[in-house]
Design a protein. Structure first.
Length: 106
């Protein structure tokens, strides 16, 4: 019984570490995206776009795709960012949720 409890506690600790890593990695990916877009906006002489949450059925006016945040490969649903230019030349960033790939998937 003690072995079973010890195994359960170890499993909980490892799961907690994995989830903390996943959250940290997902946040790092979003920060990297925003830094890249900040540099892009400065180079293009455009204002940094605000992040807008995607809503189902939302009409997107995408003329030119700029960047999509990387996949943190954490096997969970994560927030992602996509930045694009609209038909008026404005930069827009949309935040949405997507299933992340697992590290072992290629």
């Amino acid at each position: 019984m003690k072995t079973f409890l010890a195994g359960g506690v170890l499993l909980l600790l490892l799961t907690g570490q994995a989830l903390a890593y996943s959250d940290n990695r997902a946040e790092q990916v979003l920060t990297e995206h925003q830094q890249a877009i900040s540099a892009y906006a400065a180079k293009a002489g455009k204002p940094m776009p605000t992040v807008e949450d995607y809503r189902y059925g939302m009409k997107l006016d995408i003329v030119s795709f700029v960047r999509q945040s990387d996949d943190p490969k954490t096997c969970i649903v994560v927030p992602k960012l996509m930045t694009f230019e609209d038909s008026q030349g404005r930069l827009q960033t949309i935040r949405y949720s997507a299933q992340s790939q697992c590290i072992n998937n290629k």
